[in-house]
Design a protein around this ligand. Structure first.
Ligand code: IPM
Ligand code: MG
Length: 372
């Protein structure tokens, strides 16, 4: 028996999560385990109703579960950043989910926008650091006081980290990225271990040629760790360059390890080369704590309630969740069932099909249930 928390969230979140649950329940029946779901009312609706983002009670209850199945967050009635920071990022940080694992894999039967690339060419894992870098939330904004003649009074701004910034600009804003040796080490080690189980190649992403402090440290830690994984081939890519290679030579990559913000950016590109955002899953992993699995796309409010959202990213995230729980056979079966539904053309509009969100979920669940 597995206790799993569910946060359907906003927009299309509830629809896609419903399909994911169907499939995981079917996998449980087929492979002999039970999932006990505990649903949480966390998201825009509750926030608008009560002003609550994440409560102590939520966190306490969530921490009783090994995994959280997360739909999507974001609503046009709420200022950008409030729900993202107050819920999604808050969960990643609170549970110290320091690995954001994002497979970039072209499934059989899916068209990639990259001409001439086949499923064997697009099959790598991005390991995104998930708790540091520019996501730490250290930053501020200052406005100079306006005088009657509309000139700005020069002020001395005092900010954290012992910096003294003197500026007579009308307004300044700053944000700081932080990398710690431990933070870099733990995610880089995870990536090396993963590479060992795959094709034994690890690419590190940074921008150490410009942001020499933070990514200099990242590179230093990577080099140190590489010494104890001599069986793994390593390389460095600057983040701007890796976007070219993802498009031109995706077959070069096996495991890619990246600081948080670059990981955010390059995994949307990764999603596109694997056929679109509707197909891209992710896991926010704390190997010793509560992990969280979600599609990497957002809540797409304009498609809410229309039954057109592709549930595959969420179902695939569900497969990752099963894998994380040790249900490896069931996890594989779910991916095979996804491929089966794609081959049969049971797909949503984004993939050129005519099936609804629940048609796809139902077909995949049924295939899993009846699988040999
Ligand atoms: C992602 C998303 C989030 C991120 C947002 C919604 C906070 O873009 O999961 O990639 O930036 O990490
Ligand atoms: Mg993103």
């Amino acid at each position: 028996m597995h206790r799993i928390a569910v946060i359907p969230g906003d927009g299309i979140g509830p629809e896609i999560i419903a399909e994911g649950r169907k499939v995981l329940d079917a996998a449980g029946e087929r492979f002999g385990f039970e999932i006990r779901w505990q649903e949480f009312d966390i998201g825009a609706e509750r926030y608008l109703r009560s002003g609550k983002l994440l409560t102590e009670r939520d966190l306490k209850a969530l921490s009783q579960c090994r995994a959280i199945y997360f739909g999507a967050i974001g609503d046009e009635r709420v200022k950008p950043g409030v729900l993202e920071k107050g819920i999604l990022l808050a969960l990643r940080f609170y549970f110290d989910q320091y690995i954001n694992l994002r497979p970039v894999r072209l499934l059989e039967g899916i068209r990639t926008p990259l001409a001439d690339k086949k499923p064997k060419d697009i099959d790598f894992m991005v390991v995104r650091e998930n708790t540091e870098d520019f996501y730490v939330g250290i930053g501020s904004r200052f406005k100079g006081k306006e005088r009657k003649d509309l000139e700005v009074v020069r002020e001395l701004y005092r900010v954290k980290f012992g910096l003294e910034v003197e500026s007579d600009a009308e307004e300044i804003a700053y944000q700081i990225g932080v990398i710690s040796r431990e933070g870099a080490r733990r995610v880089i080690r995870y990536a090396f271990d993963l590479a060992r189980k795959r094709r034994k190649k690890l690419t590190s992403v940074d921008k150490a040629n410009v942001l020499t402090e933070v990514y200099g440290l990242w590179r230093e830690v990577f080099t140190e760790e590489a010494a104890s994984y001599s069986d793994v081939t390593t390389e460095f890519n600057f983040v701007d360059a890796i976007t070219m290679w993802f498009v031109k030579n995706p077959e070069w990559f096996d495991v890619v390890v990246t600081p948080n913000m670059f990981g955010d950016i390059i995994t949307d590109l990764g999603a596109m080369i694997q056929g679109g955002l509707g197909l891209a899953p992710g896991g926010n992993i704390n190997p010793l704590g509560t992990s969280m699995f979600e599609p990497i796309h957002g809540s797409a409010p304009k498609y809410r309630g229309l039954g057109v959202a592709n549930p595959i990213a969420t179902i695939w995230a569900g497969s990752m969740l099963l894998d994380h729980l040790g249900e490896h056979q069931a996890a594989e079966a779910v991916v095979r069932a996804m491929e089966w539904s794609i081959a049969r053309g049971i797909t949503t509009k984004d993939l050129g099909g005519q099936a609804s969100t629940s048609d796809v979920g139902r077909a995949i669940a049924q295939y899993v249930a009846e699988m040999e």
